[in-house]
Design a protein around this ligand. Structure first.
Ligand code: COA
Length: 168
C-alpha cells in the first residue's frame, strides 16, 4: 500500500506531536546532537518560537496519510545552508524520510546544501545518499544524548553542473 507523503507549513497543533517525538530515547541516541534535555518543555517551546520566527529557517511538517509524522527543516549553520529532519518512531523504515526529504529538496533550490549525521546513524546517512548527498567531510562534537564526543559526517549536494558539462 502506497502512503501519501505531504509537506505543509507548521501549525501550532503540530508542536505537541513534535515534543512527544523529541522525547524518544532511541531517536535521541541515533541523532546524537540533540537538545540538552529533551523533556524540558519550556526550552522546546522557546526553541520552536525562535526557529519559526526566523526568516532564514524553513520548516515543513511531514504528513503521512494526513497524520503528523515529523518535520524537515533548512537552516544556516556557520553561513552554510543545512537540512535536518526527525520522524516519530511509528513512521520509521517505510521510506517516509526519503520521500519527505526529496520533496523538500524540490522546494529548496539552494545549492550547495549540506547535512550532518552521526557517523553511526546509518539510516540518516542512507536517506541523504538516496536523495543525492555525498559525504564531503567529517567532524566531531559533544553529543548531549550520549554524553560523549561523537564523530559525524558532513554531506553535501553540489551545485548542478553547467549545461553540457560531462558530455565531452
Ligand atoms: C533517520 C530517520 C529520519 C530515517 O527515517 P526513515 O523514514 O526510517 O528512513 P527511510 O525509510 O526513508 O529509509 C532510508 C534508507 O535507510 C535505511 N534504514 C532505515 N533505518 C535504518 C537503520 N536503523 N539502520 C540502517 N539503515 C536503515 C532503509 O533501509 C533505507 O535504505 P534502502 O532503501 O537502501 O533499504 C528516522 O529514523 C529518524 O527520524 N530518526 C531519529 C532522528 C534522526 O536521526 N534524525 C536525523 C538526524 S541527522
Amino acid at each position: 500500500m502506497t502512503r501519501e507523503i505531504l509537506l505543509r507549513d507548521v501549525i501550532d497543533d503540530d508542536l505537541p506531536v513534535f515534543f512527544a517525538q523529541q522525547l524518544d530515547a532511541d531517536a535521541n541516541r541515533m541523532a546524537a546532537f540533540t537538545a540538552k534535555d529533551p523533556a524540558d518543555r519550556a526550552a522546546f517551546t522557546a526553541h520552536w518560537a525562535t526557529i519559526r520566527g526566523d526568516d532564514t529557517v524553513t520548516i515543513r511538517t511531514i504528513l503521512v496519510d494526513g497524520q503528523v509524522a515529523g518535520h524537515v527543516l533548512r537552516f544556516d549553520e556557520a553561513g552554510q545552508p543545512e537540512v535536518s529532519y526527525w520522524l516519530g518512531k511509528d513512521y520509521w523504515g517505510q521510506g517516509v524520510a526519503t520521500g519527505a526529504l526529496s520533496a523538500f529538496l524540490g522546494q529548496q533550490q539552494t545549492r550547495p546544501l549540506y547535512a550532518r549525521a552521526a557517523r553511526d546513524n546509518r539510516a540518516s546517512i542512507r536517506v541523504l545518499e538516496k536523495c543525492g548527498f555525498t559525504i564531503v567531510g567529517e567532524d566531531k562534537g559533544f553529543s548531549n544524548a550520549r554524553g560523549v564526543e561523537v564523530e559525524e559526517v558532513i554531506l553535501s549536494i553540489p551545485c548542478p553542473s553547467p549545461v553540457g558539462e560531462g558530455r565531452r
